[in-house]
Design a protein around this ligand. Structure first.
Ligand code: MG
Length: 266
């Protein structure tokens, strides 16, 4: 099952995405948000619509989370490239929902920063309320699906501030999409690739996570309630680097698709 969120006649809708003759099309309107489905989106009421090619739709960020929880340094080689120790427990931080950006939306480089980096990541969308998951409990029933996320970071402010709220939290610093799918399995490994102006800059695989999704979700849930629709970004592979106005960043997660965003100056 794949779904997106898109604009039609000035209103936002969720749409079911299906391959028709090998091309992804929005084929049905979902009449409730997927996070209301309690994990089974096929059971949601929907209605037929005139098909729109996913590539032709005005896409919105496919998530409306109460919070975006991110894991830092979850790939060994990325921790090392920034001169950091490999963490012994998950390192978590937030991005505010106000930083969300639609596929195709412009990432604005703030005047306050001299260095803005891309970070291509796999993101998890949560389906059911989670709090203090037991050590032996499978987290998979709590996952609605997966998408691409760009954890855009003002690297100079991250280093200067000592904590990451401002550096990670600017408006437009959290592009997500283009769709959410439950048809991939990060436990067995999916590729995460970032390209800038077509040139490959990051190539990772979720099988190289330092902390598995189970460890991450259990760890977060010991501290806080994770709500349906919340997003967890799982960390970026090595190869992060700065962008300038005019660059186009593409993040592809195998089996999800490509999240593409141009960069502009504020
Ligand atoms: Mg990150």
């Amino acid at each position: 099952m794949k779904y997106c969120r898109f604009e039609l006649n000035g209103e936002s809708h969720y749409g079911l995405v299906e391959a028709v003759a090998g091309v992804e099309q929005i084929t049905r309107l979902l009449l409730k948000p997927p996070e209301d489905a309690d994990g089974d989106i096929e059971d949601l009421p929907s209605k037929r619509m005139d098909q729109i090619g996913l590539a032709d739709a005005t896409l919105l960020a496919p998530v409306r989370p109460s919070k975006i929880i991110c894991v830092g340094r979850n790939y060994r080689e990325h921790a090392e490239e920034l001169g950091n120790e490999v963490p012994v427990q998950p390192l978590i931080f937030f991005k505010p929902p106000s930083s969300l950006l639609a596929p195709g939306g412009e990432i604005r480089r703030p005047k306050l920063s001299q260095r803005v980096d891309f970070e291509g990541e796999l993101a998890v969308v949560i389906s059911k309320t989670i709090y203090q998951v037991r050590a032996d409990e499978d987290v998979r029933p709590y996952i609605l699906g997966y998408t691409c996320l760009n954890d855009v970071t003002a690297r100079d402010l991250q280093n200067k501030d000592g904590q990451w709220t401002r550096a990670k939290g600017f408006d437009t610093f959290c592009p997500v999409g283009p769709l959410v799918t439950d048809e991939i399995n990060p436990w067995t490994g999916v590729g995460v690739e970032t390209r800038v102006n077509g040139e490959v800059r990051q190539q990772g695989n979720t099988r190289d996570f330092i902390f598995s999704l189970g460890v991450i979700i259990r760890y977060i849930s010991q501290a806080m309630t994770i709500a349906p629709g919340d997003v967890i970004a799982t960390g970026t592979p090595k190869g992060v680097g700065p962008v300038v106005a005019g660059d186009v960043i593409e993040i592809s997660v195998e089996g999800v698709g490509t999240l593409r965003n141009p960069v502009v100056d504020e």
